[in-house]
Design a protein around this ligand. Structure first.
Ligand SMILES: *Cc1c(COP(=O)(O)O)cnc(C)c1O
Length: 390
């Protein structure tokens, strides 16, 4: 791709597409929105990096703590990977334990200990457990099926006083898109508290996309630590992590857990992220995203019904996924029942008709506030055509 503006993206040959990848999530206002581009241009004239704390960092910290009340203290980093990695280190130090529970198909960036039965590109390319990671590391990682309360309880019983942390995407969006069952997150919260383990919500995708307070607001669960990224950088490289003050106080220089980054809190990235988040709130973007999502859902469900293909359609606000499999889809195993050949046919048909969905069954689609009703209408028609041709 060579250029992007609003809901559209153009490849190097000049072909135009309606974009539902949105840089894998950050472009929630669409590409290059004026307020955001103006903010980065303006910030650039004041220097690109200082290597010291700066006022924008304080403003971002205040915004995050205000929007996500479970976060009492927050630290800026440069990517979602850094955020989850730092959360894990901090949780291990705080609990003085080593073992981690994660869930099959949840992706948390390319942190060594978390590249076990992960999602996203690793899953798409057939390497959900990466090479190059010492066995000693992955031996400390327990990966469980999402939504399985019994296996979770068993893991806690069998590893008594050894589990430092449970990390998850509260709404898994890196193996397609599926949802926590009614009690799953509350049981998880209870089990962590009972066994003295910390609960980490990886809201790198859901943070500020699904609601102003993220997935934790929707499901009313208070994690101990939260990882953020993607949207909060507005398209520049940013991550953040935060949570309970007594845990965050373990970080260097106040505490013994080392963490640092030359470009962390970078003024350009924070100016960009702040401009995007403030604009999102100003226009009440979450309402717009829900409206566009509902419009797309309506069109997609009609097209699916008429094509008489077994497709499970999932949507929450502006995130969606068409699984080429019968439901219910509640975890990685059920997502993997999808017919990948059919998905590939569908993906290419859409691409040829000017609609760019993520090139994998195991990714979610993202609508932005720049997608107009006409864009969605046209997308619906293309989905109809593509499904008919399968
Ligand atoms: C993208 C993603 C990450 C990793 O973020 P990077 O900025 O790519 O390192 C972590 N967790 C989730 C849920 C993600 O979607």
């Amino acid at each position: 791709m060579a250029r992007a503006k609003g809901a559209k993206i153009w490849d190097v040959d000049g072909n135009e597409y309606i974009d539902y990848v949105g840089s894998w999530g950050p472009a929630i206002l669409g590409h290059a929105p004026e307020v955001v581009v103006d903010a980065v241009r303006d910030a650039a004239t004041r220097g690109l990096s200082y290597g010291t704390p700066n006022p924008l960092e304080v403003e971002m910290a205040e915004l995050i703590c205000n929007w996500m009340p479970s976060i009492e203290k927050v630290r800026m980093v440069n990517s979602g990977t850094e955020a989850t990695m730092s959360c894990i280190r901090l949780a291990r130090a705080f609990t003085r334990r080593d073992k981690i529970i994660k869930f099959d198909g949840c992706y948390h960036g390319h942190v060594d200990a978390l590249l076990v039965r992960t999602g996203s590109g690793a899953l798409t390319h057939g390497q959900p457990s990466s090479a190059g990671i010492p066995t000693a590391f992955v031996d400390l990682t327990i990966s469980l099926p999402f939504n399985d309360v019994e296996l979770l309880r068993r893991a806690f019983r069998e590893n008594k006083n050894e589990i430092a942390v449970v990390i998850l995407e509260p709404i898994p969006a890196n193996a397609g898109l599926y949802f926590p069952g009614e009690k799953f997150l509350s049981v998880l919260r209870e089990e962590c508290t009972r066994h003295g383990a910390l609960l980490i919500f990886d809201e790198v995708i859901t943070g500020f996309r699904v609601a102003r307070g993220g997935a934790q607001e929707i499901y009313r669960i208070k994690p101990d630590l939260t990882a953020l990224g993607k949207i909060i950088g507005g398209g520049l490289p940013v991550g953040a992590f935060g949570g309970r003050a007594e845990i965050m106080d373990q970080l260097s220089p106040d505490g013994p857990v080392y963490q640092a980054g030359t470009l962390s809190g970078n003024p350009l990235a924070l100016a960009t992220g702040l401009a995007q988040l403030r604009e999102l709130e100003r226009i009440n973007g979450w309402n717009l995203l829900e409206e566009s999502g509902a419009q797309f859902e309506h069109l997609a469900l009609k097209a699916i019904k008429d094509a008489k293909i077994d497709i499970t359609f999932h949507r929450l606000g502006s995130m969606f996924c068409l699984f080429f499999a019968p439901g219910p889809i509640v975890d990685l195993a059920s997502a993997q029942r999808s017919d990948l050949e059919m998905f590939t046919g569908f993906f290419h048909a859409c691409l040829n008709h000017g609609v760019y969905f993520a090139p994998s069954q195991f990714e979610a689609g993202f609508i932005s506030t720049a997608h107009t009703p006409e864009d969605i209408e046209r997308t619906g028609e293309m989905v109809r055509k593509a499904l008919k041709a399968l």
